[in-house]
Ligand binder design. Structure first.
Ligand code: TYD
Length: 210
């Protein structure tokens, strides 16, 4: 499909406070300045005007004790709309950098939730069946460091930011399992210490894969 030939679909994953936004900005700069390619930045849940409204429902209005399928279906409703935009951008030759995608659904709704993994995969396959994203950077940090970073930010914490250390560890281990199963696509980037070192690793792996 043209979608793989034209642009690239690059996703960033990791627990809260893992430094995704900083690394996305650094990579955007690199791609624009050094590779001279157009970059489209986006995020999930979100990325279209309706999907951003759904994001607010998921993050601010839903409660942890609501039926988990309500959360799952909202995530996929947002994604179905969003993927049309992603596809359009890739077809136009953009490098699409997306903050969270399918691996977040598997880590949060399956490994730290109650949703069957195959059910998630079936839902995802209805949105697109080809092997996307092209590459995924998993920013890995110790959940204790993540908690410290979130508190330092001083911004109001949402229900995901407030996950206990135990639950954050379940999400983190979920991401690591996904990386192990998808070695070709997912690159683990240790991001506890130095953001420049993490950025260099991301660039090196991107150049290797494109
Ligand atoms: P996040 O992207 O971390 O935004 P911010 O940096 O503004 O806090 O927050 C989105 C939350 O949505 C994140 O905590 C995890 C959750 N999420 C899921 O549970 N499942 C999903 O499939 C996606 C995409 C996100």
């Amino acid at each position: 499909m043209g979608i793989r030939k034209k642009g690239k679909f690059i996703t960033f994953e990791g627990i809260e406070g893992s430094g995704k936004s900083t690394q996305i900005k650094l990579l955007k700069n690199f791609i624009e300045k050094k590779l001279k390619k157009k970059v489209f930045l986006t995020r999930e849940p979100g990325g279209t005007s309706i999907s951003e409204k759904i994001r607010k429902l998921i993050i601010n209005d839903l409660k942890d004790n609501h039926n988990p399928y309500a959360e799952l279906y909202l995530i996929f409703a947002a994604r179905a709309l969003h993927f049309d935009v992603i596809k359009e951008k890739i077809d136009k030759g953009y490098f699409v950098l997306c903050d969270r995608y399918i691996d977040s659904t598997i880590a949060y709704q399956h490994y730290n939730g109650s949703i069957d993994l195959n059910f998630i995969k079936i839902m995802q396959s209805k949105i697109h069946s080809n092997k996307l994203p092209n590459i995924t950077f998993l920013l890995d940090i110790n959940p204790q460091i993540s908690k410290q970073r979130l508190l330092k930010r001083g911004k109001k914490l949402d229900r995901f930011d407030k996950l206990s250390l135990k639950k954050m560890t379940l999400v983190r281990n979920g991401f690591l399992k996904i990386a192990k199963i998808n070695k070709k696509r997912v690159v683990i980037v240790k991001n506890d210490i130095n953001k420049e070192v993490a950025h260099d690793l991301i660039v090196k792996n991107l150049l290797k894969k494109i």
